[in-house]
Design a protein around this ligand. Structure first.
Ligand SMILES: Cc1cc2nc3c(=O)[nH]c(=O)nc-3n(C[C@H](O)[C@H](O)[C@H](O)COP(=O)(O)OP(=O)(O)OC[C@H]3O[C@@H](n4cnc5c(N)ncnc54)[C@H](O)[C@@H]3O)c2cc1C
Length: 478
């Protein structure tokens, strides 16, 4: 047993320090089950002071730390490498809500609070925390902050960074930095909060955060609409925003390839059209006021009537070809279950290469067309699945082998990856929209990030973490 582990065991109980390989198994394997590493120990503190004590000891021993919250990350950042030299620092037992202020519309919560638990907790007080995506039942706010997670509601509320007012973090030498302010204005020098958001555990451990809350929508109107192409889909988005005063909560792009994959690999989901359409958007608008949300004497809910009107004008102008409106909460949920089951369905679909990219909205259509042309020149018949959060220009762009299931050989996979990254540069996009860099995008970080920006990041890392113990080998090329 290493000196550090003996010291940790002498300071903390057996529930805090795990060393049995069976107990550690779930902490050293990623969500996909593809990456499995080894750890000296998994340490699960229950308060910030204990997190600081663990990190101080690791700093003294020069032992690497892998911070982990819900371990749903899909970029390889949350698990250790196979050297067995690191400890995993799990925040899962730091799961208290410290404060909810309906007056200030904020909550201060610990890093290990599960996202869905936060939804339920604030909804019980008629408040709304809008960060939302498929992993909500397992991912935790600390991980959401560390990855600057996005999800389906970014189009209206922004990503995790925009939802965060303050954080508390432990630095790589064990000092606690308390920036837990609910202030909406605070110009007192460099914004250190923003440094930790999206840093993927490489600069310190986030232990708590103050997050913005919103009014709970009283009614939602949701539709699957078939659109002729992406450009006209975006026209429909802008029309919906104008008609509703910016009440579009989600605007998701769903192409035919994805629906075919759902049909084959997740048949429990109900595709709401008799024939699979070429391209749809899943649109949700929401209302918080009674005037918009409460049914009139004829039983018509104004927000639903508004959606119908938007779709009707879309039909007239050739922006919409067909549409199904959710007529009940159960039907709405069915639509969302299918959308949120995307990663599972795609994972089950076999041979694929996935990207999490973003593009300027007015370039998405041109990128998709051009990329299809470039990919066809590399491997004819590849199936391109450009689904994603279209409202904010984020595509979970996935390339599947041709229908005959010909393998995408590694040589071709490298060529395809390079073609996608090059096209992203050509169209002014980013190779990492919301999942982070972890280990899986280090190649892109090395080759496609602005070299000066990368050098500045390395300098910041060296200043805050001179021994390089915080999540080494993640986010920054070494
Ligand atoms: C089905 C599914 C759907 C998903 N959909 C989306 C989506 O729509 N949008 C999206 O953005 N992501 C999505 N993800 C990815 C993932 O859920 C998010 O990245 C999420 O924010 C990770 O949170 P986590 O608590 O699981 O973090 P983890 O996986 O535990 O960690 C992620 C990274 O953050 C670091 N970290 C974790 N906690 C801390 C902390 N307290 N302090 C410092 N560093 C820390 C880790 O070291 C690691 O680098 C999805 C994942 C799945 C499995």
């Amino acid at each position: 047993m290493s000196d550090l582990v003996s010291t940790l065991k002498s300071k903390f109980d057996n529930a805090t320090v795990l060393t049995d390989p069976e107990d550690m198994a779930k902490y050293v394997t990623d969500w996909h089950g593809k990456l499995t590493g080894k750890a000296l120990a998994v340490v699960r503190p229950t308060n910030t002071e204990d997190v600081a004590a663990v990190i101080k000891l690791a700093f003294e021993h020069g032992t690497p730390i892998v911070p982990q919250s819900g371990n749903t990350g899909v970029a390889g950042g949350s698990v250790p490498d196979d050297s067995g030299a690191a400890i995993v620092l799990s925040l899962e037992r730091m799961n208290k809500v410290r404060d909810i202020s309906p007056a200030a519309m904020t909550m201060t919560v610990e890093a290990g609070c599960v996202l869905e638990f936060l939804h339920e907790t604030v909804e019980a007080q008629d408040l709304f925390f809008p960060l939302n995506f498929g992993a909500k039942g397992s991912c935790m706010i600390g991980g959401n902050l560390a990855t600057n997670a996005g999800g389906q509601n970014v189009v209206r509320y922004g990503n995790t960074r925009e939802l965060c007012l303050g954080i508390e973090a432990v630095l790589p030498d064990g000092r606690i930095v308390n920036l837990l302010s609910g202030l909406r204005k605070d110009n007192t020098g460099y914004d250190l909060r923003d440094l930790f958001i999206g840093s993927e555990g490489t600069l310190g451990v986030i232990t708590a955060a103050t997050m913005k809350l919103f009014h709970l929508p009283k009614a939602r109107a949701t539709t699957f609409a078939v659109v002729p192409d992406i450009t006209r889909g975006l026209e429909l988005l802008n029309r919906a925003q104008a008609e509703t005063g910016g009440a579009v909560e989600a605007f998701e792009l769903i192409p035919r390839v994805f629906l075919e994959i759902i049909q084959q690999h997740a048949p429990q989901h109900n595709i709401p059209f008799a024939e699979i359409p070429e391209l749809c958007v899943l649109i949700e608008i929401a209302a918080t006021s009674d005037a918009e949300a409460v049914a009139d004497i004829e039983g018509i809910v104004p927000i639903a009537a508004k959606l119908e009107k938007i779709l009707a004008s879309g039909f007239d102008d050739g922006l919409v070809l067909d549409a199904v409106i959710a007529s009940s909460e159960a039907q709405r949920q069915e639509m969302w279950d299918m959308r949120e089951g995307a990663l599972e369905a795609v994972t089950a679909a076999g041979v694929w290469i996935g990207f999490d990219i973003s593009l300027p909205l007015d370039q998405v259509h041109a990128f998709v067309d051009e990329m299809t042309r470039r990919a066809e020149a590399i491997v004819p018949g590849l199936r391109m699945c450009h689904m994603g959060h279209l409202g904010d220009g984020n595509l979970h762009y996935t390339i599947f082998s041709p229908e005959d299931n010909t393998d995408v050989s590694m040589a071709n996979a490298d060529a395809i990856r390079a073609a996608v990254y090059d096209a992203i540069v050509d169209f002014g996009g980013s190779f990492s929209a919301e999942h982070g860099i972890g280990t899986t995008k280090l190649y892109a970080m090395t080759n496609y990030k602005d070299p000066v920006a990368l050098a500045v990041m390395q300098q910041i890392k060296a200043t805050l973490d001179p021994k390089g113990i915080m999540n080494p080998g993640k986010l920054l090329p070494q």
